[in-house]
Design a protein. Structure first.
Length: 382
């Protein structure tokens, strides 16, 4: 039996039936164009360090960064009166205070966030803790920081369940216990910035496409908010503005290295399980059901720079990258290529000792060992 679906065109009002039957001719396979390999072959990355005709590294960083911002489309307008924040709730934890705040990151919106502040006399080093994707939108900041008592019991329960991906340990609380101010905010579409009707995975792509109709990009808004959140973090009296780092796992890893590349406030970055090259990510050979997506899509940027080239804008900052050899999202061949490209950049600036890239025998995860490795890296450089 063939499944028949009735579809109505919103422009002309005509109702037609659609079935799962395939045509003999087609142009797309799974979720890629049939000519994907040809597209990859035509990507030359003319603005990459080493490919660009700009030979002064400082000028190259400026030009490459500007190209990224150009592809991020129109930014959200800055708040009229600065990053106004109000404390919603506060509680004392073992060695640190936990606050829920609401912060105005744009003229358009305020953003819920958690802040952890160690006991004692500051100012302290600080970390912008960037949460993951996971296809799970009900919580955001609560993936990294244990929910405060003011939250609904369903949020608290969900966060405890999600923490299993971090081997039962809340990464942000772990860093706060070791002397770091930790900031974590919901990204657009996650947690308290989600969909009124309740979020489903396919709706993320639909909303991202609709936002492009306004001339803005959902992934870019996430990064713009990460930059603004870091600026707010630098204004806190408890924070040493010269010692701010960022970290995250999965999409949080992506958010980490692009934030380090685009914000001079960030002095150190540590990305767990997010680095690859486009030729290995967007190919047919791994038979994946998902290759990329709107969560890391900046329009047109791949015609200029690949992922490791963008991350290289952070050079010569200290950066740590951990990937897993058993991680099915990021093929080892692409990870190794990306690591090599970045090392070539850091070497060219006499800073290869500040770039640490590690391939562990782990799946897509951020266990306690990885969190300890990030802490040690921050202790060394912050």
């Amino acid at each position: 039996m063939r499944k028949i679906i009735l579809l109505t065109c919103f422009i002309c009002g005509i109702t037609i039936s659609s079935s799962a039957q395939n045509r003999e001719r087609y142009e797309f396979v799974r979720n890629l164009p049939a000519y994907a390999d040809s597209l990859i072959a035509d990507l030359t990355y003319p603005l990459a360090w080493g490919n660009s005709d700009i030979k002064d590294f400082g000028k190259w960083r400026e030009a490459a960064r500007q190209k990224v911002f150009d592809c991020m489309l129109t930014p959200p307008p800055a708040p009229t009166n600065g990053y106004e924040a109000k404390v919603i709730y506060e509680e004392q934890r073992d060695g640190y205070k936990a606050r829920k705040i609401e912060i105005r990151l744009s003229k358009y919106y305020t953003v819920p966030a958690y802040v952890l502040i160690p006991n004692g006399k500051g100012p302290f080093p600080a970390v912008n803790m960037l949460h993951d994707h996971g296809g799970h939108f009900f919580i955001g900041k609560e993936k990294c920081i244990r929910p405060l008592a003011c939250e609904d019991s369903t949020v608290i329960k969900d966060a405890k369940e999600w923490a299993k991906g971090y081997e039962g340990q809340f990464f942000g609380d772990y860093l706060a216990q070791h002397g770091y101010v930790v900031f974590s905010a919901d990204a657009p579409m996650w947690g308290e910035r989600g969909l009124k009707e309740g979020m489903k995975r396919n709706l993320y792509d639909m909303i991202a496409g609709n936002m492009m109709m306004y001339g803005i990009d959902l992934s870019a808004y996430m990064t713009y908010d990460d930059i603004a959140g870091t600026e707010y973090l630098a204004t806190m009296p408890e924070v040493d503005a010269k010692r701010i780092g960022c970290t995250g796992w999965s999409m949080g890893g992506y958010r980490t290295w692009i934030l380090a590349a685009l914000s001079d406030r960030i002095k150190v970055g540590a990305a767990v399980c997010w680095m690859v090259t486009t030729d290995e990510q967007m190919t047919f050979k791994y038979k994946r059901t998902e290759n990329g997506g709107f969560a890391n899509c900046l329009p047109g940027l791949r015609r200029w720079l690949d992922y490791p080239h963008i991350a290289s804008i952070a050079c010569p900052k200290p950066m740590l990258f951990i990937n897993g050899s058993q991680d099915k999202l990021f093929p080892v061949a692409g990870v190794e290529k990306a690591f090599s490209i970045m090392h070539d950049t850091w070497k060219s600036q006499g800073a290869d000792d500040k770039l640490e890239t590690e391939l562990w025998d782990i799946p897509h995860s951020c266990d306690r060992k990885a969190q300890k490795r990030v802490l040690d890296f921050f202790n060394k450089h912050l």
